[in-house]
Write a protein that binds this ligand. Structure first.
Ligand SMILES: *Cc1c(COP(=O)(O)O)cnc(C)c1O
Length: 414
């Protein structure tokens, strides 16, 4: 038996005690699966859409159908869903550079944005080619007690503010993610202050956690990664942008070239993977969330501070645990890696990552490189040594991996 008596006993107790929470997550997955099926029927998705195209790929019916499906599902006018996006950051940056012009101002309403967005914007962490170099102004409204400062919005938006950035997930911070209801209130306040201000949501890690998405709650445009929630663990790479017709069109000129936009882009062999991934996504997201609840309960009972708490309602798939030392952070990631399907023989080590300010340690034995909808853990090597745990294609795998992490810390003997 690889796990101690204590850890096995905790597992049994948690599976019992949190049963109603796990059931509630499964209920959301069922509602979202119905939503996906309804959209697929209404868009008449069929076998012919899984074929591949090459070259310029004008009139790629699979690509076109996939984008129609995403737009329909998320209650929006238009979508760009492409494997040509190399990551979530690329899709998010494409929105910013596609829409903002010199002299415009961008305001982040959720404080300091996600690490990789800081190099894109260029004020907190300068980088060649950033928005700053193109003369785009930038301001931040700090969060208050983990919430968006609704009363501060009127004071931070000026006549130059073309767009606000709203980050749904916690990223590498210990704040709460926003709920879709929070996003609705924020967008209402922004529009009250400046009706033509564009509400842009970084939707990474939020898809299918609730039964509504930001574009159904007042957001004008949103973007995310296909190797997170909406790819369902099947998409091999890519990102999406969804929103108002004109805004997505502007972003498309940045993805390809002015005048070309979304009319080109070979889907290569990936169309089926993207349709099938979307179909699986509600279920896979539920597996991850149940894993996150299990992790919170396990480490809560072992005496650690967790965010969210095990009983909290979830707004994203991330579970943060404050481990308190570099040694425990490294051990935790080693435990996760050991029970991964890929590279389970390797020991993760802290490393300098492009776009990140501190060294980062990552446990990721994933089929798709870096896919954080697959069970994975990471954390920057900085006090208080929080580990961020996310993903899990199956709940069983998450349970085993979390027991492995708890065991690795127990083995340190501290
Ligand atoms: C993952 C993530 C991104 C984008 O990261 P990529 O690794 O480039 O996909 C952006 N914002 C948030 C909040 C994220 O979680």
């Amino acid at each position: 038996m690889p796990f101690s008596e204590k850890i096995r006993k905790l597992k049994q107790e948690i599976l019992q005690d949190y049963r109603p929470r796990f059931d509630a997550v499964d209920e959301i997955a069922e509602q979202n699966t119905l939503k996906v099926l309804d959209a697929m029927r209404s868009c008449r998705v069929s076998d012919a859409h899984f074929n591949t195209t090459s070259g310029y790929a004008y009139d790629d019916i699979g690509r076109g159908k996939l984008e129609e499906l995403y737009a329909k599902l998320f209650g929006a006018e238009r979508a760009l869903v492409r494997t040509q996006f190399v990551s979530g950051t690329h899709a998010l940056a494409t929105v910013l550079f596609g829409i903002l012009r010199p002299g415009d101002e961008l305001v982040s309403l959720t404080g300091k944005p996600y690490d990789t967005m800081q190099t894109v914007i260029g004020y907190d962490n300068p980088s060649p080619g950033s928005l700053k170099e193109f003369g785009i102004q930038y301001r931040e409204l700090p969060m208050q007690d983990g919430m968006v400062d609704l009363h501060g919005i009127a004071g931070v938006i000026s006549s130059k503010t073309k767009m606000v950035l709203i980050q749904r997930s916690r990223g590498y911070s210990m704040r709460n993610p926003l709920s879709v209801a929070d996003i609705r209130r924020i967008c209402q306040e922004v529009k009250r202050v400046k009706p033509d201000c564009i509400c842009f949501v970084d939707n990474c890690y939020g898809e299918f956690v609730e039964t509504e998405e930001p574009t159904q709650a007042g957001a004008d445009i949103m973007a995310g990664s296909l190797i997170k929630n909406p790819g369902g663990g099947i998409a091999p790479t890519g990102g999406y942008i969804i929103g108002k017709d004109k805004l997505v069109e502007l972003a498309s000129y940045r993805l390809t070239a002015p005048g070309m936009g979304d009319e080109l882009g070979a889907s290569l062999s990936n169309n089926r993977l993207l349709f099938q991934g979307l179909f699986l996504a509600p279920h896979v997201v539920a597996q991850s969330i149940k894993g996150a609840i299990f992790a919170a309960a396990m480490f809560d009972r072992l005496g650690y501070k967790t965010l969210p708490l095990p009983e909290d309602v979830r707004g994203d798939i991330i579970q943060a645990i404050e481990l308190g030392s570099a040694e425990k952070l490294i051990a935790f990631c080693g435990g996760i890696q050991k029970y991964s399907p890929v590279d389970s023989f390797a020991a993760p080590e802290p490393w300098d990552m492009p776009g990140y300010a501190d060294k980062v340690i990552m446990a990721a034995g994933t089929f798709v490189q870096g896919a954080s909808i697959e069970f994975s853990a990471d954390g920057p090597l900085r006090a208080p040594y929080n580990v961020y745990l996310q993903g899990g294609l199956t709940f069983e795998h998450a349970v085993i991996g979390i027991m492995g992490a708890a065991q690795a810390i127990e083995d340190l003997g501290k």
